[in-house]
Design a protein around this ligand. Structure first.
Ligand code: CUA
Length: 162
């Protein structure tokens, strides 16, 4: 008889846990890396295609952007500017809805925009995506929060919300 009570409370706890997790994931935007697109890790062409698909910031509409990023040890690649220099700082108007799409060419990297809810794990073969609205102006640092080698601590970039 007591076993039944324990069973019920066990299942109940599990349900509560799942519900909390669900609310966290869907309403608060604290998502684990959501892998919408799969790239074959062996398929270099898939990565080339992602790169050619315009790395960096693209404007989709009024205050609507996509940011495509390719991570490699120990760099975030936002593509090049008109002068052919590597873009290191991304500038986005405050209040913009931004779809982050990022992947890695080599090992697992992190993708955390400190001070925002943007936090993803980048895995080879997957494009991690996350959409958020950047409301507060400021200078945010994009950091790698997965240990990826000797230059791990140098792996940063800057996002300016103005
Ligand atoms: Cu990339 Cu740590």
């Amino acid at each position: 008889k007591y076993e039944k009570i324990w069973m019920a409370s066990g299942v109940g706890t599990l349900l509560v846990f799942l519900i909390v997790l669900g609310i966290g994931a869907f309403y608060q935007g604290t998502q684990p890396p959501s892998c919408m697109v799969t790239l074959d890790p062996q398929n270099v062409q898939a990565h080339e295609a992602f790169k050619e698909e315009n790395l960096g910031l693209q404007q989709l509409g009024e205050k609507e952007y996509t940011l495509n990023v390719l991570a490699t040890a120990f760099n975030y690649d936002f593509g090049k500017d008109e002068d052919g220099n590597n873009v290191k700082t991304i500038r986005i108007p405050a209040g913009s809805k931004v779809m982050f799409q990022a992947t890695t060419e080599d090992v697992i990297h992190g993708f955390q925009l400190a001070g925002t809810n943007v936090n993803m794990m980048l895995e080879p073969g997957y494009i991690s995506t996350l959409e958020t609205t950047l409301d507060n102006p400021g200078t945010y640092t994009l950091i790698c929060n997965e240990y990826c080698g000797t230059g791990h601590h140098l792996m940063t970039a800057t996002v300016e919300v103005y």
